[in-house]
Write a new protein. Structure first.
Lengths: 162, 334
Protein backbone atom coordinates (compact mmCIF):
# COMPACT_ATOMS: atom_id res chain seq x y z
CA UNK A 1 0.00 0.00 0.00
CA UNK A 2 1.45 3.34 -0.98
CA UNK A 3 2.01 6.05 1.56
CA UNK A 4 0.57 9.37 0.55
CA UNK A 5 3.13 12.12 0.03
CA UNK A 6 1.65 14.64 2.43
CA UNK A 7 4.54 17.03 1.94
CA UNK A 8 3.72 17.75 -1.68
CA UNK A 9 0.70 19.87 -0.94
CA UNK A 10 1.26 22.18 -3.88
CA UNK A 11 0.76 19.22 -6.16
CA UNK A 12 -2.36 18.21 -4.31
CA UNK A 13 -3.79 21.70 -4.65
CA UNK A 14 -3.42 21.73 -8.40
CA UNK A 15 -4.63 18.20 -8.96
CA UNK A 16 -8.13 16.94 -9.04
CA UNK A 17 -7.79 14.73 -6.04
CA UNK A 18 -10.82 12.62 -5.25
CA UNK A 19 -11.25 10.82 -1.97
CA UNK A 20 -13.47 7.78 -2.39
CA UNK A 21 -14.52 6.51 1.02
CA UNK A 22 -15.39 2.84 0.88
CA UNK A 23 -16.26 -0.15 2.95
CA UNK A 24 -17.14 -3.71 2.00
CA UNK A 25 -20.69 -2.87 0.90
CA UNK A 26 -22.28 -3.00 -2.53
CA UNK A 27 -22.94 0.72 -2.45
CA UNK A 28 -19.20 1.33 -2.05
CA UNK A 29 -18.56 -0.79 -5.11
CA UNK A 30 -21.19 1.22 -6.97
CA UNK A 31 -19.46 4.45 -5.93
CA UNK A 32 -16.12 3.15 -7.22
CA UNK A 33 -17.70 2.08 -10.49
CA UNK A 34 -19.33 5.46 -10.84
CA UNK A 35 -15.99 7.19 -10.36
CA UNK A 36 -14.38 4.80 -12.81
CA UNK A 37 -17.04 5.54 -15.38
CA UNK A 38 -17.10 9.28 -14.83
CA UNK A 39 -13.49 10.29 -14.29
CA UNK A 40 -11.27 7.74 -16.04
CA UNK A 41 -10.98 10.01 -19.07
CA UNK A 42 -9.28 12.75 -17.10
CA UNK A 43 -5.50 12.44 -16.97
CA UNK A 44 -5.05 14.82 -14.06
CA UNK A 45 -7.41 13.09 -11.66
CA UNK A 46 -5.83 11.44 -8.63
CA UNK A 47 -7.84 8.98 -6.57
CA UNK A 48 -7.39 7.94 -2.98
CA UNK A 49 -9.49 4.96 -1.99
CA UNK A 50 -9.98 5.28 1.74
CA UNK A 51 -11.39 2.81 4.20
CA UNK A 52 -11.82 3.50 7.90
CA UNK A 53 -12.05 0.60 10.28
CA UNK A 54 -13.31 1.67 13.66
CA UNK A 55 -11.16 0.08 16.32
CA UNK A 56 -13.69 -1.87 18.35
CA UNK A 57 -14.00 -1.38 22.07
CA UNK A 58 -12.59 -4.04 24.36
CA UNK A 59 -16.17 -4.45 25.58
CA UNK A 60 -17.16 -6.57 22.60
CA UNK A 61 -14.54 -9.25 23.14
CA UNK A 62 -13.88 -11.53 26.11
CA UNK A 63 -10.10 -11.23 25.57
CA UNK A 64 -7.65 -8.88 23.89
CA UNK A 65 -6.46 -11.76 21.72
CA UNK A 66 -9.94 -12.15 20.27
CA UNK A 67 -10.14 -8.43 19.64
CA UNK A 68 -6.83 -8.50 17.77
CA UNK A 69 -7.91 -11.54 15.79
CA UNK A 70 -11.09 -9.73 14.77
CA UNK A 71 -9.12 -6.66 13.76
CA UNK A 72 -6.62 -8.66 11.68
CA UNK A 73 -9.44 -10.44 9.89
CA UNK A 74 -11.25 -7.19 9.21
CA UNK A 75 -8.04 -5.56 8.00
CA UNK A 76 -7.28 -8.45 5.69
CA UNK A 77 -10.81 -8.42 4.24
CA UNK A 78 -10.69 -4.69 3.68
CA UNK A 79 -7.29 -4.87 2.00
CA UNK A 80 -8.78 -7.38 -0.41
CA UNK A 81 -11.71 -5.04 -1.12
CA UNK A 82 -9.40 -2.08 -1.63
CA UNK A 83 -7.33 -4.08 -4.11
CA UNK A 84 -10.50 -5.01 -6.00
CA UNK A 85 -11.68 -1.40 -6.08
CA UNK A 86 -8.29 -0.27 -7.32
CA UNK A 87 -8.44 -2.89 -10.04
CA UNK A 88 -11.81 -1.54 -11.15
CA UNK A 89 -10.27 1.91 -11.57
CA UNK A 90 -7.18 0.61 -13.37
CA UNK A 91 -9.35 -1.45 -15.70
CA UNK A 92 -11.33 1.69 -16.48
CA UNK A 93 -8.17 3.45 -17.66
CA UNK A 94 -6.62 5.11 -14.65
CA UNK A 95 -2.82 4.99 -14.44
CA UNK A 96 -1.61 2.83 -11.57
CA UNK A 97 0.31 5.73 -10.10
CA UNK A 98 -2.84 7.85 -10.04
CA UNK A 99 -4.69 5.56 -7.61
CA UNK A 100 -3.72 5.00 -4.01
CA UNK A 101 -5.33 2.99 -1.30
CA UNK A 102 -5.41 3.96 2.31
CA UNK A 103 -6.64 1.88 5.23
CA UNK A 104 -6.98 3.61 8.56
CA UNK A 105 -7.67 1.62 11.72
CA UNK A 106 -8.52 3.98 14.51
CA UNK A 107 -10.84 4.60 17.39
CA UNK A 108 -13.42 7.10 16.26
CA UNK A 109 -16.66 8.54 17.49
CA UNK A 110 -18.00 9.15 14.00
CA UNK A 111 -16.94 7.45 10.76
CA UNK A 112 -18.09 10.54 8.84
CA UNK A 113 -15.87 12.80 10.93
CA UNK A 114 -12.95 10.44 10.43
CA UNK A 115 -13.43 10.56 6.65
CA UNK A 116 -13.54 14.35 6.72
CA UNK A 117 -10.36 14.47 8.79
CA UNK A 118 -8.66 12.42 6.10
CA UNK A 119 -10.09 14.73 3.44
CA UNK A 120 -8.63 17.74 5.22
CA UNK A 121 -5.24 16.06 5.61
CA UNK A 122 -5.07 14.98 1.98
CA UNK A 123 -6.67 18.21 0.71
CA UNK A 124 -9.01 16.35 -1.59
CA UNK A 125 -11.37 18.50 -3.62
CA UNK A 126 -14.15 15.92 -3.84
CA UNK A 127 -15.32 13.31 -1.37
CA UNK A 128 -17.23 10.42 -2.91
CA UNK A 129 -19.33 8.06 -0.82
CA UNK A 130 -21.92 5.46 -1.55
CA UNK A 131 -25.30 5.73 0.06
CA UNK A 132 -26.75 2.76 1.89
CA UNK A 133 -30.33 3.86 1.45
CA UNK A 134 -31.07 3.32 5.10
CA UNK A 135 -34.49 3.94 6.55
CA UNK A 136 -35.43 7.11 8.36
CA UNK A 137 -35.52 5.24 11.66
CA UNK A 138 -32.13 3.70 11.08
CA UNK A 139 -30.61 7.07 10.35
CA UNK A 140 -32.19 8.42 13.54
CA UNK A 141 -30.90 5.62 15.70
CA UNK A 142 -27.59 4.72 14.13
CA UNK A 143 -26.73 7.81 12.13
CA UNK A 144 -25.77 8.05 8.49
CA UNK A 145 -22.23 8.51 7.25
CA UNK A 146 -23.27 10.12 3.98
CA UNK A 147 -25.58 12.56 5.78
CA UNK A 148 -22.82 13.43 8.20
CA UNK A 149 -20.43 14.16 5.36
CA UNK A 150 -23.03 16.15 3.44
CA UNK A 151 -23.75 18.32 6.46
CA UNK A 152 -20.22 18.81 7.74
CA UNK A 153 -17.89 18.83 4.74
CA UNK A 154 -16.02 22.09 4.16
CA UNK A 155 -13.59 23.15 1.41
CA UNK A 156 -14.63 20.31 -0.84
CA UNK A 157 -17.47 19.00 -2.95
CA UNK A 158 -19.38 15.90 -1.94
CA UNK A 159 -20.69 13.23 -4.28
CA UNK A 160 -23.15 10.76 -2.86
CA UNK A 161 -23.68 7.82 -5.16
CA UNK A 162 -27.05 6.18 -4.79
CA UNK B 1 -17.74 3.83 54.95
CA UNK B 2 -14.96 1.92 53.22
CA UNK B 3 -15.15 -1.82 53.42
CA UNK B 4 -12.38 -3.41 55.44
CA UNK B 5 -11.35 -6.94 54.59
CA UNK B 6 -12.40 -9.42 57.23
CA UNK B 7 -9.52 -10.91 59.14
CA UNK B 8 -10.04 -14.62 58.64
CA UNK B 9 -13.07 -15.60 56.68
CA UNK B 10 -14.41 -18.97 57.58
CA UNK B 11 -17.94 -20.06 58.35
CA UNK B 12 -17.59 -19.22 62.04
CA UNK B 13 -16.39 -15.66 61.50
CA UNK B 14 -18.98 -15.12 58.81
CA UNK B 15 -21.73 -16.31 61.17
CA UNK B 16 -20.55 -13.77 63.74
CA UNK B 17 -20.60 -11.01 61.11
CA UNK B 18 -24.12 -11.95 60.01
CA UNK B 19 -25.26 -11.96 63.63
CA UNK B 20 -23.71 -8.53 64.15
CA UNK B 21 -25.33 -6.93 61.13
CA UNK B 22 -28.50 -8.97 60.73
CA UNK B 23 -29.25 -10.18 64.25
CA UNK B 24 -28.48 -13.53 65.86
CA UNK B 25 -31.88 -14.93 64.96
CA UNK B 26 -31.30 -14.33 61.25
CA UNK B 27 -28.09 -16.31 60.91
CA UNK B 28 -28.94 -19.04 58.40
CA UNK B 29 -28.44 -22.63 59.46
CA UNK B 30 -26.74 -23.46 56.22
CA UNK B 31 -25.12 -21.34 53.58
CA UNK B 32 -22.27 -21.49 51.09
CA UNK B 33 -19.11 -19.40 51.11
CA UNK B 34 -18.51 -18.53 47.45
CA UNK B 35 -15.40 -17.05 45.88
CA UNK B 36 -16.00 -18.10 42.25
CA UNK B 37 -19.21 -16.56 40.89
CA UNK B 38 -18.95 -17.96 37.36
CA UNK B 39 -22.23 -19.84 37.79
CA UNK B 40 -24.44 -17.11 39.18
CA UNK B 41 -27.38 -19.48 39.58
CA UNK B 42 -25.29 -21.21 42.24
CA UNK B 43 -25.38 -18.05 44.34
CA UNK B 44 -28.47 -18.50 46.45
CA UNK B 45 -30.36 -16.51 49.05
CA UNK B 46 -28.35 -16.29 52.30
CA UNK B 47 -25.10 -17.43 50.70
CA UNK B 48 -22.02 -15.33 51.32
CA UNK B 49 -19.87 -14.22 48.40
CA UNK B 50 -16.35 -13.15 49.22
CA UNK B 51 -15.02 -10.46 46.91
CA UNK B 52 -11.68 -8.76 47.42
CA UNK B 53 -11.56 -10.25 50.91
CA UNK B 54 -14.92 -8.73 51.85
CA UNK B 55 -17.91 -10.98 52.62
CA UNK B 56 -21.31 -10.10 51.12
CA UNK B 57 -24.41 -11.74 52.54
CA UNK B 58 -26.62 -12.35 49.53
CA UNK B 59 -30.29 -11.49 49.65
CA UNK B 60 -32.90 -11.16 46.93
CA UNK B 61 -32.27 -10.72 43.24
CA UNK B 62 -33.16 -7.48 41.52
CA UNK B 63 -35.88 -7.06 38.93
CA UNK B 64 -36.28 -4.95 35.88
CA UNK B 65 -39.11 -4.19 33.48
CA UNK B 66 -37.95 -4.68 29.95
CA UNK B 67 -39.32 -5.49 26.53
CA UNK B 68 -42.84 -5.40 27.85
CA UNK B 69 -42.08 -7.88 30.63
CA UNK B 70 -42.54 -6.17 33.95
CA UNK B 71 -40.39 -7.20 36.86
CA UNK B 72 -38.23 -9.60 34.95
CA UNK B 73 -35.81 -11.12 37.46
CA UNK B 74 -32.15 -10.38 36.97
CA UNK B 75 -30.58 -13.45 38.55
CA UNK B 76 -27.08 -12.07 38.16
CA UNK B 77 -27.91 -8.92 40.14
CA UNK B 78 -28.25 -9.50 43.87
CA UNK B 79 -28.93 -7.29 46.79
CA UNK B 80 -26.45 -8.03 49.57
CA UNK B 81 -25.26 -6.87 52.95
CA UNK B 82 -21.60 -5.93 53.15
CA UNK B 83 -20.67 -7.77 56.28
CA UNK B 84 -17.78 -5.52 57.22
CA UNK B 85 -19.92 -2.38 57.28
CA UNK B 86 -23.54 -3.49 57.32
CA UNK B 87 -24.22 -1.42 54.22
CA UNK B 88 -26.64 -2.62 51.57
CA UNK B 89 -24.95 -3.20 48.21
CA UNK B 90 -25.98 -4.35 44.78
CA UNK B 91 -23.73 -7.12 43.51
CA UNK B 92 -23.64 -7.49 39.74
CA UNK B 93 -22.19 -10.79 38.67
CA UNK B 94 -20.84 -11.46 35.22
CA UNK B 95 -23.48 -12.24 32.63
CA UNK B 96 -22.31 -12.03 29.03
CA UNK B 97 -25.71 -11.48 27.49
CA UNK B 98 -26.05 -10.65 23.81
CA UNK B 99 -29.37 -9.98 22.18
CA UNK B 100 -31.04 -8.05 19.41
CA UNK B 101 -33.47 -5.30 20.24
CA UNK B 102 -35.80 -3.54 17.83
CA UNK B 103 -36.23 0.20 18.09
CA UNK B 104 -38.52 1.67 15.49
CA UNK B 105 -37.82 -0.82 12.73
CA UNK B 106 -34.12 -1.05 13.44
CA UNK B 107 -32.45 -4.12 14.87
CA UNK B 108 -29.57 -3.38 17.20
CA UNK B 109 -27.23 -5.98 18.62
CA UNK B 110 -26.63 -5.24 22.29
CA UNK B 111 -24.07 -6.68 24.66
CA UNK B 112 -23.90 -6.69 28.39
CA UNK B 113 -20.33 -5.77 29.24
CA UNK B 114 -19.02 -5.98 32.80
CA UNK B 115 -15.78 -4.38 31.62
CA UNK B 116 -17.62 -1.34 30.33
CA UNK B 117 -19.57 -0.84 33.52
CA UNK B 118 -16.41 -1.25 35.62
CA UNK B 119 -14.61 1.32 33.47
CA UNK B 120 -17.49 3.76 33.81
CA UNK B 121 -17.69 3.25 37.57
CA UNK B 122 -14.10 4.42 37.78
CA UNK B 123 -14.89 7.33 35.47
CA UNK B 124 -17.97 8.61 37.33
CA UNK B 125 -16.67 8.13 40.86
CA UNK B 126 -17.71 11.26 42.71
CA UNK B 127 -20.10 12.47 39.97
CA UNK B 128 -23.40 13.18 41.70
CA UNK B 129 -25.56 12.17 38.74
CA UNK B 130 -24.36 8.58 38.47
CA UNK B 131 -24.54 5.51 40.63
CA UNK B 132 -21.29 4.74 42.38
CA UNK B 133 -19.46 1.57 43.16
CA UNK B 134 -16.31 -0.39 42.70
CA UNK B 135 -15.35 -3.57 40.93
CA UNK B 136 -13.26 -6.56 41.88
CA UNK B 137 -12.17 -9.73 40.16
CA UNK B 138 -13.42 -12.85 41.92
CA UNK B 139 -11.35 -15.99 42.38
CA UNK B 140 -12.07 -17.01 38.78
CA UNK B 141 -11.31 -13.60 37.32
CA UNK B 142 -14.94 -12.52 36.86
CA UNK B 143 -15.40 -8.76 36.96
CA UNK B 144 -17.96 -8.26 39.73
CA UNK B 145 -19.36 -4.82 40.37
CA UNK B 146 -20.29 -3.81 43.90
CA UNK B 147 -22.68 -0.89 43.78
CA UNK B 148 -23.88 1.48 46.42
CA UNK B 149 -27.58 1.10 47.01
CA UNK B 150 -29.56 4.19 46.07
CA UNK B 151 -32.66 4.79 48.16
CA UNK B 152 -35.38 6.63 46.34
CA UNK B 153 -38.03 6.40 43.65
CA UNK B 154 -37.62 6.38 39.91
CA UNK B 155 -37.44 9.83 38.36
CA UNK B 156 -40.39 9.13 36.06
CA UNK B 157 -42.54 8.02 38.98
CA UNK B 158 -41.71 11.26 40.78
CA UNK B 159 -42.59 13.60 37.96
CA UNK B 160 -45.87 11.93 36.99
CA UNK B 161 -47.01 12.69 40.51
CA UNK B 162 -46.54 16.42 40.01
CA UNK B 163 -49.59 18.58 39.34
CA UNK B 164 -53.29 17.87 39.14
CA UNK B 165 -53.30 17.70 35.37
CA UNK B 166 -50.96 18.50 32.49
CA UNK B 167 -51.74 22.22 32.51
CA UNK B 168 -50.97 22.46 36.22
CA UNK B 169 -47.87 20.28 35.84
CA UNK B 170 -46.54 22.20 32.90
CA UNK B 171 -47.07 25.67 34.38
CA UNK B 172 -46.02 24.91 37.94
CA UNK B 173 -43.58 22.02 37.89
CA UNK B 174 -42.12 21.43 34.45
CA UNK B 175 -39.44 24.11 34.66
CA UNK B 176 -37.96 22.35 37.69
CA UNK B 177 -38.21 19.00 35.88
CA UNK B 178 -36.53 20.50 32.82
CA UNK B 179 -33.67 21.82 34.93
CA UNK B 180 -33.19 18.38 36.45
CA UNK B 181 -33.23 16.77 33.04
CA UNK B 182 -30.73 19.29 31.66
CA UNK B 183 -28.45 18.30 34.54
CA UNK B 184 -28.90 14.66 33.57
CA UNK B 185 -28.03 15.43 29.94
CA UNK B 186 -24.93 17.25 31.11
CA UNK B 187 -23.98 14.06 32.95
CA UNK B 188 -24.31 12.10 29.71
CA UNK B 189 -22.25 14.79 27.99
CA UNK B 190 -19.59 14.11 30.61
CA UNK B 191 -19.50 10.48 29.45
CA UNK B 192 -19.49 11.40 25.78
CA UNK B 193 -16.68 13.88 26.29
CA UNK B 194 -14.61 10.95 27.61
CA UNK B 195 -15.50 8.84 24.56
CA UNK B 196 -17.95 6.68 26.52
CA UNK B 197 -21.66 6.10 26.18
CA UNK B 198 -24.31 5.14 28.70
CA UNK B 199 -25.74 2.55 26.33
CA UNK B 200 -29.16 2.01 27.88
CA UNK B 201 -30.79 5.38 28.39
CA UNK B 202 -34.32 4.78 29.61
CA UNK B 203 -36.44 6.64 32.08
CA UNK B 204 -36.40 3.78 34.58
CA UNK B 205 -32.64 4.06 34.70
CA UNK B 206 -32.82 7.36 36.56
CA UNK B 207 -33.27 7.19 40.32
CA UNK B 208 -34.04 10.14 42.56
CA UNK B 209 -31.55 9.75 45.39
CA UNK B 210 -33.32 10.86 48.55
CA UNK B 211 -30.05 11.16 50.44
CA UNK B 212 -28.24 13.42 47.99
CA UNK B 213 -31.36 15.05 46.48
CA UNK B 214 -30.05 14.39 42.98
CA UNK B 215 -31.08 12.24 40.05
CA UNK B 216 -28.64 9.48 39.24
CA UNK B 217 -28.16 7.40 36.12
CA UNK B 218 -27.89 3.69 36.81
CA UNK B 219 -27.13 0.53 34.83
CA UNK B 220 -24.53 1.34 32.24
CA UNK B 221 -23.29 -2.13 31.43
CA UNK B 222 -24.81 -2.16 27.97
CA UNK B 223 -22.86 -1.64 24.84
CA UNK B 224 -23.91 -2.11 21.26
CA UNK B 225 -22.46 -2.20 17.80
CA UNK B 226 -22.97 1.39 16.79
CA UNK B 227 -23.39 2.68 13.30
CA UNK B 228 -22.08 5.97 12.01
CA UNK B 229 -21.80 7.63 15.36
CA UNK B 230 -21.06 6.42 18.85
CA UNK B 231 -23.67 8.54 20.55
CA UNK B 232 -26.84 8.60 18.45
CA UNK B 233 -28.42 5.75 20.40
CA UNK B 234 -27.89 7.60 23.68
CA UNK B 235 -29.36 10.74 22.12
CA UNK B 236 -32.51 9.01 20.97
CA UNK B 237 -32.89 7.66 24.52
CA UNK B 238 -32.66 11.20 25.86
CA UNK B 239 -35.26 12.30 23.33
CA UNK B 240 -37.69 9.59 24.40
CA UNK B 241 -37.35 10.68 28.02
CA UNK B 242 -37.81 14.34 27.12
CA UNK B 243 -41.04 13.53 25.30
CA UNK B 244 -42.22 11.66 28.38
CA UNK B 245 -41.30 14.56 30.69
CA UNK B 246 -42.90 17.23 28.52
CA UNK B 247 -46.07 15.15 28.24
CA UNK B 248 -46.21 14.15 31.92
CA UNK B 249 -46.18 10.62 30.65
CA UNK B 250 -46.34 9.13 27.21
CA UNK B 251 -49.21 10.39 25.09
CA UNK B 252 -50.39 7.23 23.38
CA UNK B 253 -52.15 7.20 20.04
CA UNK B 254 -54.73 4.55 21.06
CA UNK B 255 -55.71 6.67 24.09
CA UNK B 256 -56.28 9.69 21.88
CA UNK B 257 -58.32 7.60 19.47
CA UNK B 258 -60.62 6.42 22.22
CA UNK B 259 -60.71 9.46 24.47
CA UNK B 260 -59.86 12.56 22.41
CA UNK B 261 -60.92 11.77 18.91
CA UNK B 262 -60.93 15.42 17.85
CA UNK B 263 -57.18 15.62 18.62
CA UNK B 264 -56.49 12.21 17.12
CA UNK B 265 -57.98 13.42 13.85
CA UNK B 266 -55.41 16.25 13.67
CA UNK B 267 -52.43 13.91 13.89
CA UNK B 268 -50.24 12.86 11.02
CA UNK B 269 -47.65 10.15 10.94
CA UNK B 270 -44.91 12.74 11.13
CA UNK B 271 -46.21 13.82 14.57
CA UNK B 272 -45.34 10.48 16.13
CA UNK B 273 -42.16 9.37 17.85
CA UNK B 274 -39.71 7.87 15.42
CA UNK B 275 -38.63 5.29 17.96
CA UNK B 276 -42.08 4.33 19.25
CA UNK B 277 -44.79 4.90 16.72
CA UNK B 278 -47.63 4.63 19.21
CA UNK B 279 -46.42 7.75 21.04
CA UNK B 280 -46.97 11.36 20.07
CA UNK B 281 -43.83 13.51 19.78
CA UNK B 282 -45.47 16.68 18.49
CA UNK B 283 -47.00 17.43 21.88
CA UNK B 284 -47.98 20.98 20.98
CA UNK B 285 -50.90 19.47 19.11
CA UNK B 286 -52.15 18.05 22.38
CA UNK B 287 -51.03 20.85 24.68
CA UNK B 288 -51.01 24.11 22.66
CA UNK B 289 -49.29 26.08 25.46
CA UNK B 290 -46.02 24.17 24.95
CA UNK B 291 -43.59 26.82 23.63
CA UNK B 292 -42.43 26.53 20.03
CA UNK B 293 -38.81 26.30 21.11
CA UNK B 294 -39.47 23.25 23.27
CA UNK B 295 -41.73 21.64 20.70
CA UNK B 296 -39.03 22.07 18.05
CA UNK B 297 -36.71 20.01 20.25
CA UNK B 298 -39.38 17.33 20.54
CA UNK B 299 -39.86 17.32 16.78
CA UNK B 300 -36.22 16.28 16.35
CA UNK B 301 -37.39 12.94 17.72
CA UNK B 302 -40.49 12.71 15.57
CA UNK B 303 -41.08 10.76 12.40
CA UNK B 304 -41.21 14.03 10.47
CA UNK B 305 -37.68 15.05 11.48
CA UNK B 306 -35.18 15.59 8.69
CA UNK B 307 -32.29 16.38 10.95
CA UNK B 308 -31.26 14.69 14.16
CA UNK B 309 -29.15 15.68 17.12
CA UNK B 310 -25.63 14.36 16.83
CA UNK B 311 -24.26 15.63 20.13
CA UNK B 312 -25.50 16.47 23.59
CA UNK B 313 -24.18 20.00 23.04
CA UNK B 314 -26.70 20.53 20.25
CA UNK B 315 -29.53 19.26 22.41
CA UNK B 316 -28.43 21.30 25.43
CA UNK B 317 -28.20 24.48 23.34
CA UNK B 318 -31.77 24.07 22.11
CA UNK B 319 -33.03 23.22 25.58
CA UNK B 320 -31.39 26.38 26.93
CA UNK B 321 -33.54 28.37 24.51
CA UNK B 322 -36.60 26.36 25.49
CA UNK B 323 -35.86 27.01 29.14
CA UNK B 324 -35.85 30.77 28.55
CA UNK B 325 -39.29 30.47 26.98
CA UNK B 326 -40.50 28.34 29.86
CA UNK B 327 -39.40 31.03 32.28
CA UNK B 328 -41.34 33.59 30.23
CA UNK B 329 -44.39 31.34 30.10
CA UNK B 330 -44.54 30.54 33.76
CA UNK B 331 -43.02 33.73 35.19
CA UNK B 332 -40.77 31.57 37.30
CA UNK B 333 -37.02 31.76 37.62
CA UNK B 334 -35.59 28.88 39.53
Amino acid sequence: MNEQNFGDLARRDTERHLLVAVDESDNSRRAVMYVADFFSGYADVFITLLSIIREPSEDFFPTETERQTWLQKKKSEMETHLAEYKAILIDAGFQTNRVETRLSIRPCISIGDAILEEQAKLRCCIVVVGRRGISHSEEFILGSTSSKILHHATHCAVMVVE
Amino acid sequence: MMAQPAETLNETTVRKLIARHGGADRVPRRFKLITDTSDFFRVEYNDVVILGGVPYWVKRYEKEGRFGLDDEPKYWVRRAVELTTGATRIIKLVFHEQFDTIIGDVKITCFRSPKKEARLLDLVAGHKNFMHGRWVLDAAGNNVRILEFIRGPRFDDVITGYGTDHHDYFHHHFLRVLDQFIELIQAIKFLHDQGEKHGDIRRDHIIWDEATQANRWIDFDYNYMQGESLFTFDLQGLGNILIFLAGRGDVLVPDLYHQQREIFDTLWGEDLSIAYKNRVANLQKIYPYIPDSLNRVLLHFSFGANIFYETTDQLLADLATARVDMVSLTGRQL
